[in-house]
Every structure is written in structure tokens, then in C-alpha cells.
Design a protein around this ligand. Structure first.
Ligand SMILES: [Zn+2]
Length: 299
């Protein structure tokens, strides 16, 4: 890509005219870049984390007020943990835990699949926290396939009994762009035959499979134009886009409240070199508190 136009941070829902398939497109410029540039990640980790951030953003559109979707990948390989989450309204955050000593090993992987990086025992967990009075739901699947899109497709098929197809893309160089499309087969209704539904799904799968990463990441091709290019034969209804943003729920007030809920002895133990430091891994930022701010007498 040679253009310098900014890619917008948007989630665009759509539905194919026949009503059998719906989908969403997520495209993120500054939002993806902000999250992916917070640490000096090896390139394969940027790709993996960027894809997961796109997926979290996609899931945010099915949330009701106060809900949080969290995707975690855990294993005992070179990357022990990746966490991304999204809240109602489209604020996303995420980070990967990568120790500097493994960076070379990750870069040297001939085929850096999620499984190769996270380990053969790696798994993917998606948690829906629907709000204070609602039940928490978690689904877990082994990290299957060569890509995170494969693993997510596997997750939805196995854990949710949904037919979905996911494609994800992250730019090769900074500034980072990340994008993705997900289609979902709608349930059959009495008005349509199962044959029609099946046909429409096969068609949408085949067309979606032709999307290239360059198209998803092209800032000059907006989502409606891309959708029209793909589905103009069948017809596609494009709904208003939702804005996406970077959001973390850490705040100085919240951290201070957490510290003040600890005993004075524990608070005092946290003071090193004249201050207690609490690090937010999502923001890669530390909040410092002096002993007097923590209600400790300075001796
Ligand atoms: Zn934070």
C-alpha cells in the first residue's frame, strides 16, 4: 500500500438481500496502531494480537449495555497469554505477554501459527460478561488450524453451533492497520426452504473467501464499496457503521480505590523507592502513588 489516507475505525454491519446471511466488517487504523504499538512486539505477535483485537471489536456489536466480551489465548509456549476485550459502544483493548528472551525464537519460527507460538496445549476462551445481574458465559476450544480465523471459526461451530466464516488481516508494517470480515448464516425460517438457505450460505462463503488482505486494509476502499464489490450480484444491505475506539477501564481513581482496600501493611509493602507503582498491562503505563497519597505516615 502506498496511500497515506487514514483508515477509519469502524464496524459496519450488513445483510445479504435474501436474508440468509448477515455479517460485519471491522476496519481499524489508529485504534489498531495504538494497541499494537504499545509494546515492541515481534511481527508475528503483532499479527496475532491485531487479528484478535479485530475479532473483539466485531463481537462488541452484539453486546447490550454494560457487557464485556473477552477473548483469551493461553498456553505454555513462547506466548503464555494474549487478552483482548471489547465493551458495549466499541471500546477495545488488548495485550500479549511476550518475554523479551523469546522474541528471537518467535521471529525464527518458519510457520508462526497461533499454535506454534502459544504451544501445542494452547486454547482459546471467549467470555461474555453481560452485566451485573446477568450470568457469565465462557466457551473454550483448543487452538486448531493455521490461523486465528480458523480457530475462531472452530470456536463458533463447536461452542455456539453457529455457521460463521471469519477473515482477518493486519498490515505488514507500521502504522498498523487491522481489519476483518465475519459472515454468519441466519437460521432457516418457514418462509424459505432449507435448500435456499444452504445455497445462499455456500454463495456467501465462496464470495467472502475471495476477499484479499489488501482489500480489507485499503483505506481508499470503504466498507460499503467493498461490500458492493463483493455482493452486488446478490444485493447487500449495509447498515450504519459504529465507531470503534481504544478504551481501558483502568483509571487512577480505580487503582487508588483498589490500593486503599488493602491493609496498611500491604500498602506499605508496595512502596519501593518512595512510591507504590501499579502497572496496567493493557496501557503499558504505571500509576505512581506516594506513601502520603496512600495514607501512610512517612517515617
Ligand atoms: Zn489501562
Amino acid at each position: 500500500m502506498t496511500t497515506t489516507a487514514p483508515i477509519e475505525n469502524l464496524l459496519t454491519p450488513f445483510m445479504l438481500e435474501t436474508g440468509h446471511v448477515r455479517g460485519r466488517i471491522v476496519r481499524m487504523g489508529a485504534v489498531a496502531h495504538t494497541i499494537l504499538a504499545r509494546y515492541d512486539y515481534p511481527p508475528p505477535v503483532v499479527k496475532l494480537l491485531g487479528e484478535l483485537v479485530v475479532m473483539a471489536a466485531m463481537l462488541s456489536s452484539s453486546l447490550k449495555q454494560e457487557g464485556v466480551f473477552t477473548i483469551q489465548i493461553r498456553g505454555r509456549g513462547l506466548i503464555p497469554l494474549i487478552v483482548v476485550d471489547a465493551v458495549y459502544g466499541g471500546a477495545v483493548r488488548g495485550y500479549a505477554e511476550v518475554s523479551a528472551e523469546y522474541a528471537d525464537a518467535i521471529n525464527a519460527l518458519p510457520n508462526p501459527t497461533p499454535r506454534a507460538m502459544v504451544g501445542a496445549d494452547g486454547y482459546l476462551a471467549i467470555t461474555l460478561d453481560a452485566g451485573a445481574d446477568m450470568q457469565r458465559y465462557q466457551g473454550i476450544v483448543a487452538l486448531e488450524g493455521d490461523s486465528i480465523a480458523d480457530a475462531l471459526t472452530h470456536y463458533f461451530t463447536l461452542s455456539q453451533q453457529l455457521d460463521v466464516q471469519v477473515h482477518l488481516a493486519v498490515s505488514d508494517t507500521a502504522p498498523w492497520f487491522a481489519a476483518g470480515v465475519m459472515i454468519e448464516r441466519m437460521p432457516e425460517t418457514s418462509a424459505t426452504t432449507s435448500e435456499e438457505n444452504h445455497e445462499a450460505w455456500r454463495y456467501a462463503q465462496a464470495i467472502t473467501g475471495t476477499i484479499k488482505a489488501d482489500e480489507l486494509l485499503d483505506p481508499l476502499l470503504d466498507a460499503p464499496a467493498l461490500l458492493y464489490r463483493l455482493f452486488h450480484e446478490e444485493g447487500v444491505r449495509v447498515y450504519p457503521a459504529h465507531p470503534l475506539s481504544v478504551g481501558c477501564r483502568c483509571s487512577r481513581e480505580r487503582i487508588e480505590a483498589m490500593l486503599m482496600s488493602m491493609s496498611a501493611i500491604d500498602r506499605a509493602d508496595m512502596v519501593v523507592d518512595g512510591a507504590a507503582s501499579v502497572h496496567c498491562q493493557f496501557c503499558n503505563k504505571a500509576e505512581l502513588f506516594t506513601p502520603s497519597e496512600l495514607g501512610l505516615s512517612v517515617s
